[in-house]
Design a protein around this ligand. Structure first.
Ligand code: PMP
Length: 442
């Protein structure tokens, strides 16, 4: 992909000059123009084709040519692109009904927004209004969004520039068995103690059921049920942030389905439309919904439940169902998991391969015995490239796009990926990982 501004084409140069690059030093931004996508592949302006092993930002769950969704968008836009949230539209009503069907347990009423961060903002407000309490307990290895509330409850270093953030946020340790001194189930008892010590002031415990950008951390089976119990014992709600884990990524509809847990509030975005339109959703139980019958729901956006985005969401869910993409993610995901385990065994720089379904992480290490990360957590807010960035760049040279975060490669491909494409991706990673092997400490 393009790496120096002298090699940028007109579109890339114009983009670099007039558009802020996200989460970056602007001097380091070097955009590559993408012109089209098909299935699990996309093509750049210079004619290079890439296999998309990360579904862009872990959101293109349907791949890059889901025609049913594209058609639904065009149809809704020509019939009536926008009507204010106070009007009912068929797309929004039907999508609300559909979400009540596919989400776990009795979750039933949805607030629509336009992104993951807004879905989390709504969840925080709803939990505070409903419980009358203020604090939100979340975990260090987490990402919940970039707006002020959601970045304040985010635990990873992206929060640091926004600190002190909103009042009333508390961070707890994570179920991270590879690089932490606390065992996952010990970390949860620590949360129990924290909630006790906070007194009756915590509105909600907010977690990604399977941690996404902070390293694809799958907790033990008992973790999420116990977390719900602990939260409820202390009068706090459980909010599951399913923005990344939701919509088939794990081989189940939602990450919390893996553990058979129904949260009180659940947030969704990304796979909700397969990234064909920006749409966020916050769904709650009937008890919480009822509270707002006689208490003002003090929240809303101009584009809450935008008809075109809701039409995309509805068509996306139909696509998951008609093409059996959840089952397919389970099957291809099992094969992907096996292939990545084999890959990890061949590379000393691979500290751990973990994950579930089409949601996998490869954590790199400088030293497997001491589990030293390749690049500390702060490296993502420093200038320059890390070893993990270099590995991703080598994979791109081999025609494979893979996202990375801190010191983990994140494999979250479109659910339409075939087993042949899994092999192709693993072969490219095999070559790319040689770079990390060579950079290990003796
Ligand atoms: N929650 C989680 C778990 C996420 O992974 C993300 C985005 N990576 C967000 C929230 C924020 O979503 P968005 O970028 O759409 O605002």
């Amino acid at each position: 992909m393009a790496s120096e501004s002298s090699t940028l084409n007109d579109v890339e140069r114009t983009d670099k000059r007039y558009v802020f690059g996200t989460w970056s030093y602007q001097s380091e931004v070097s955009p590559t123009q993408v012109v089209s996508g098909d299935g699990a592949r996309f093509t750049t302006a210079d004619g290079e084709e890439y296999l998309d092993l990360s579904g862009q930002l872990m959101c293109s769950n349907l791949g890059h040519s889901a025609d049913r969704v594209a058609d639904a968008i065009a149809e809704q836009a020509s019939e009536g692109a926008y009507f204010a949230p106070g009007y009912a539209t068929e797309a929004r009503a039907k999508l609300g009904e559909k979400l009540a069907e596919v989400t776990p347990g009795d979750l039933s009423k949805t607030f629509f927004s336009t992104s993951g961060t807004e879905a989390v903002e709504a969840a925080i407000k709803i939990a505070r209004f409903y419980t009358g309490k203020q604090k939100i307990l979340s975990r260090y290895r987490s990402y919940h969004g970039a707006t002020y509330g959601s970045i304040s409850v985010t635990g990873d270093p992206r929060r640091l520039a926004a600190e002190p953030g909103i009042p009333g946020t508390i961070k707890a340790p994570d179920p991270y068995a590879y690089g932490s001194t606390l065992e996952p189930m010990e970390s949860i008892e620590y949360i129990d103690e924290m909630l006790e010590l906070e007194g009756d002031t915590v509105a909600a415990v907010l977690v990604e059921p399977i941690v996404g950008s902070n390293g694809i951390l799958v907790p033990p089976d008992e973790y999420l049920p116990r977390l719900k119990e602990i939260a409820h014992d202390h009068g706090a709600l459980l909010i599951c942030d399913e923005v990344m884990a939701g919509f088939g990524r794990t081989g189940e509809w939602f990450g919390c389905d893996v553990f058979d847990v129904t949260p009180d509030i659940m947030t969704m975005a990304k796979g909700l439309t397969g990234a064909y339109q920006p749409l966020g959703a916050t769904i709650v139980t009937p008890e919480i919904a009822d509270h707002f019958e006689e208490n003002m729901f003090c929240h809303g956006h101009t584009y809450a439940g935008h008809p075109v985005a809701c039409a995309a969401g509805l068509a996306a869910i139909e696509t998951y169902e008609r093409e059996n993409l959840i089952e397919r993610a389970r099957e291809t995901g099992a094969y992907l998991g096996d292939r990545l385990e084999e890959l990890g065994a061949d590379h000393p720089s691979v500290g751990e391969v973990r994950g579930i379904g089409m949601f996998r992480g490869i954590e790199l290490t400088k030293s497997p015995t001491e589990r030293v990360p390749f690049g500390h957590r702060e490296d993502k807010v420093s200038k320059g490239t890390t070893v993990v960035d270099e590995v991703a760049a080598r994979a791109a040279d081999e025609g494979v796009y893979v996202a990375n975060m801190i010191n983990t490669l994140i494999i979250a491909p479109p659910l339409v990926l075939t087993t042949e494409e899994v092999d192709e991706g693993v072969d490219a990673l095999d070559i790319a990982l040689e770079h990390a092997d060579g950079a290990m400490e003796d």
